[in-house]
Design a protein around this ligand. Structure first.
Ligand SMILES: Cc1cc2nc3c(=O)[nH]c(=O)nc-3n(C[C@H](O)[C@H](O)[C@H](O)COP(=O)(O)OP(=O)(O)OC[C@H]3O[C@@H](n4cnc5c(N)ncnc54)[C@H](O)[C@@H]3O)c2cc1C
Length: 289
């Protein structure tokens, strides 16, 4: 099937983009098109106007700022994956991106597109949640910063207003030497995950945990931080971790059911995968003050 008719717009600047978003009704931004075009071809979506932002070159790129690492919304997933800055400072994102689609889809697909589309199984918004990212958004009122905790508003629904666009994602990297781990279950490599988990930990010289981030995704409609378990890990010795509260919290999530798996099986996977992610985080951790 082919997409229904639409008018095509190709702004060259952010200002032109803002003007189009303010004046057009039923318009959609086109980034990498890896989610939007299939949805249009299947006629799940039928925007009257398509605003292609691929020519706005300053929406792409990765840079270090005083407030953290900013990844432009139009940065291709392949470019994030090969970025030396991201490899050195946000290794969890690299671990996760290796599981996103295929070489071909990563060459077109953007990190911003994934964070706006918000598939519950998408690795990139999930890692943004684990990393406490901030979303830099521009709209008619100017620029605003949205903490990731306020970004998810439900299935495929972000906090982005109709006349707004995502400019960049800002991540404050954890200190060097932190532990990180990622695990997901997908039916085939490159498929969307049925469920997944991510963990980050930091420990002092005494080998006790001083900071923890734990996250399950693909289980509920939006990625979920396991906040009680994060608190329970603080102060625990790395070599004698009580992992059961972590697994218990993951298994208590309000899991989705679909044609592939039952809610019960997804809850089971959530427990298994967060255990694996945390185990990997312990093995990558370097002890430091
Ligand atoms: C075969 C295949 C396998 C895939 N596997 C995976 C996978 O395993 N994991 C995974 O996470 N994803 C997967 N994807 C999806 C892929 O990661 C997409 O690239 C991503 O979901 C959307 O990014 P995009 O740049 O293509 O956005 P588009 O498809 O162009 O846009 C997606 C949505 O975001 C909006 N949007 C895009 N950019 C902006 C912006 N800057 N501001 C405001 N709104 C914006 C669009 O209007 C649209 O609603 C797969 C896709 C394919 C085709």
């Amino acid at each position: 099937m082919k997409a229904p008719p639409f008018q095509y717009h190709r702004p060259q600047t952010r200002e032109e983009l803002s003007a189009l978003l303010s004046s057009l009704e039923n318009a959609k931004i086109l980034a990498g098109g890896q989610s939007l075009m299939p949805m249009m071809n299947l006629r799940v979506l039928a925007p009257e106007h398509l605003i292609d932002i691929n020519r706005i070159s300053d929406l792409a790129g990765i840079r270090e700022t005083a407030d953290g690492i900013e990844i432009g919304a139009m940065t291709r997933q392949a470019d994030v994956l090969s970025s030396d800055i991201v490899k050195a400072r946000i290794p969890l994102l690299i671990r996760a991106l290796e599981h996103v689609g295929h070489i071909q889809t990563r060459a077109r697909g953007t990190i911003g597109g994934s964070c706006c589309h918000l598939d519950p199984s998408a690795e990139q918004p999930a890692m943004c949640a684990a990393l406490d990212a901030e979303l830099i958004v521009t709209g008619p009122e100017g620029r605003r910063i949205v903490p990731i905790s306020e970004w998810f508003e439900g299935l495929l629904q972000s906090a982005l207003g109709e006349q707004e666009f995502l400019e960049a994602i800002r991540i404050k990297p954890w200190a060097k030497g932190h532990g990180y781990g990622f695990a997901e279950y997908a039916r085939r490599h490159g498929d969307f995950a049925v469920a997944g988990g991510a963990a980050m930990i930091k420990a002092g010289n005494d080998g006790r945990i001083t900071r923890a981030a734990l996250l399950s995704f693909g289980v509920e409609a939006s990625p979920r931080r396991l906040s009680d378990a994060e608190v329970a890990l603080i102060g625990q010795p790395i070599d004698k971790l009580d992992i059961e509260p972590v697994v218990t919290e993951a298994r208590a999530l309000d899991a989705m059911e679909d044609v592939h798996v039952t809610a019960g099986y997804r809850r089971h996977l959530a427990g298994v995968l967060i255990r694996r992610a945390l185990h990997e985080a312990c093995t990558t951790l370097e002890r430091q003050p």
